[in-house]
Design a protein around this ligand. Structure first.
Ligand code: LLP
Length: 435
C-alpha cells in the first residue's frame, strides 16, 4: 500500500507507525489495517464506476466486518452487502444506514429475513424459490412489500480457484439462467404481492484478473434483462454485478485497476441497453477483497525453527491457520518480510509454519529472508481480506487483536481474545460435576 515504507531504523512502517513498535505495544499475532489504503480503495472503485453514470458500490462485509470498518465504509459513501444475521447485527450496532444495505445468502433463515425486513434493508437478494415463497409469506404477515433482486447464475466460469468460483452452471447459488429457472423466478416474483422485483444480481467468483469474464457476464445479464422486458413487459432498474476484482499477493499476479473493471462492464451494459432499446440500469458492484485485502498486514513473532538437512528449513510463527486459513484452504500464496530487518538483503530460504497441530498449517513455502532469528517480526502482506473474517479458535488459540493505523496513530478496533473469552460459552452439565 502507499503508506508503507522503511523508516530510518530500517523497520517496516505502515500508516506512519513503526510495525516493530506496534508488535511490542499490542503483541503478536497482530492484524493491522491501513485506514488510508482502505479508504483509497473505496474511493477508486466508487470513482471508476461513477464516471459512467448511475452506480453504487457496496462493500462485501464477508471480507472483513467490524463496527469500525463499517463506520469507514459509511463515511466513504459506500453501501453494504451483508450475508447473515450476524453481519446485519454488526451493521445495525454500528449505526450503518439500512437504506444502503443489501442482504445476500443462499439459505437465509426465517428469523434472518424477518430481521432484515424489520431493519428496513434496501434490498434482499433472493437466491432461490424456497426463499421467494418464505419472503413473500413474511412480508404478507408484516403487511409490507420488500424490494428484491433476483440472484441469477449466468453460467460463466471465471478463471480462479474452483472453491471461490460461483457463477458456473453447477453452483449452489442462485437461479440457473440456462434452463429457464431464472425466468420462472422472475415471473413468480412479479406475481407476489409481498415482493417488488427491482433488478437482478450475479457474482461469478473472486480474485479475478480476466476482465473478459466480467464483460461476458454483463452481456449475458443484459440479454436476460431484455428478455424479461420482452416477455413480461417489466422494466427493471438495477443490475448488481457482484464483486470479484483480484488483487496482488505474489509475483505473477496481474491485478486490474478499478477503472479497467468499470471500463470492461459499463460500456457493455450501455451498448446492450441501446441495442435492446432499454433504459440503462443502475449498476451495483460489491467488491470486498479489492478494498480490504491490500490495506491489511499481519505481524507475527518468529519462534522455533527446524532444519531438514539438505531439504528445507522451517521457521514457526505464533499464529497460523487460525488467523489466516487461506494457505491451508486454497493453497493461497503470500509475500512477507522481516519487519525489523526490512532493509537487509535475503540470505536464506525458509518455509513459514503456523503453530497449529496440523501439517497443513503452513503459511508460506520457500520465502527468501535475511538471516532469521527467534524474536524477529514477520510481516505478511495483503492480509486484510478473508483473514480475520475466516479466523477460528482451532487448538484453542485466542484470536489476535486488530489495529487501525493512520498518520502515526494506532487504534485498537478488535481486542485480543484471552483465555476467558475461550470459555465464554462453555458449560459443564451438573451430572459431570465432581462430588
Ligand atoms: N458478492 C458476492 C455475492 C460474493 O459471494 C462475494 C464473495 C463478493 C461479493 C465479494 O467478492 P470479492 O470482491 O471479495 O472477490 N474466502 C475466499 C473468498 C470467498 C468469496 C465469497 N464471495 C477467499 O479467501 O479467497
Amino acid at each position: 500500500t502507499g503508506t508503507m515504507k522503511i523508516n530510518s531504523q530500517g523497520n517496516l512502517e505502515i500508516g506512519g507507525m513503526d510495525t516493530v513498535d506496534l508488535a511490542r505495544k499490542f503483541g503478536t499475532p497482530l492484524w493491522i489495517i491501513d485506514e488510508e489504503g482502505f479508504r483509497r480503495n473505496c474511493r477508486n472503485i466508487k470513482k471508476a464506476f461513477s464516471l459512467y453514470g448511475d452506480s453504487q458500490v457496496l462493500y462485501a462485509s464477508k471480507t472483513l466486518a467490524t463496527m469500525a470498518i463499517y463506520r469507514i465504509v459509511e463515511q466513504e459513501g459506500l453501501g453494504l452487502d451483508v450475508v447473515s444475521g450476524g453481519e446485519l447485527y454488526t451493521a445495525l450496532k454500528a449505526g450503518f444506514p439500512m437504506q444502503k444495505v443489501y442482504f445476500h445468502g443462499n439459505n437465509k433463515s426465517r428469523e434472518e429475513l424477518r430481521m432484515a425486513i424489520c431493519a428496513g434493508v434496501a434490498r434482499i437478494v433472493v437466491d432461490n424459490f424456497y426463499e421467494l415463497e418464505l419472503l413473500n409469506q413474511l412480508c404478507t404477515e408484516e403487511n409490507c412489500q420488500q424490494e428484491i433482486l433476483l440472484r441469477v447464475t449466468p453460467g460463466v466460469e471465471a478463471h480462479t480457484h474452483e472453491y471461490i468460483q460461483t457463477g458456473q452452471i453447477d453452483s449452489k447459488f442462485g437461479f440457473t439462467l440456462s434452463d429457464g429457472q431464472a425466468m420462472e423466478g422472475v415471473k413468480k416474483a412479479l406475481s407476489m404481492p409481498g415482493i417488488k422485483l427491482v433488478g437482478l444480481h450475479c457474482h461469478i467468483g473472486s480474485q479475478i484478473f480476466a476482465m473478459q469474464s466480467f464483460q461476458y457476464t454483463s452481456s449475458i445479464m443484459m440479454d436476460f434483462w431484455a428478455e424479461i422486458k420482452r416477455t413480461s413487459g417489466c422494466q427493471l432498474e438495477e443490475l448488481n454485478l457482484g464483486g470479484g476484482l483480484g488483487i496482488y499477493y505474489v509475483a505473477g499476479d496481474e491485478p486490474r485497476k478499478a477503472e479497467e473493471w468499470a471500463k470492461a462492464v459499463m460500456p457493455v451494459v450501455q451498448e446492450k441497453a441501446r441495442q435492446h432499446g432499454l433504459k440503462v440500469p443502475r449498476i451495483i458492484v460489491e467488491p470486498g477483497r479489492a478494498i480490504a485485502g491490500p490495506a491489511g498486514l499481519t505481524l507475527y513473532t518468529l519462534g522455533s525453527s527446524k532444519e531438514v538437512k539438505g531439504i528445507r528449513k522451517y521457521v514457526a510463527v505464533d499464529g497460523g491457520m487460525t488467523d489466516n486459513p487461506r494457505p491451508a484452504l486454497y493453497a493461497a500464496k503470500y509475500q512477507a518480510l522481516l519487519a525489523n530487518k526490512a532493509e537487509e538483503k535475503p540470505v536464506e530460504t525458509v518455509s513459514i509454519a503456523g503453530k497449529c497441530c496440523e501439517s497443513g498449517d503452513m503459511l508460506i513455502w520457500d520465502l527468501e529472508l535475511p538471516w532469521v532469528e527467534a524474536g524477529d517480526i514477520l510481516a505478511v502482506l495483503a492480509t486484510g481480506a478473508y483473514n480475520y473474517s475466516m479466523s477460528s479458535n482451532y487448538n484453542r488459540l485466542p484470536r489476535p487483536a486488530m489495529v487501525l493505523v493512520k498518520q502515526g496513530q494506532a487504534d485498537l478496533i478488535i481486542k485480543r481474545e484471552n483465555y476467558e473469552d475461550l470459555l465464554r460459552n462453555d458449560l459443564i452439565p451438573e451430572r459431570l460435576e465432581r462430588d
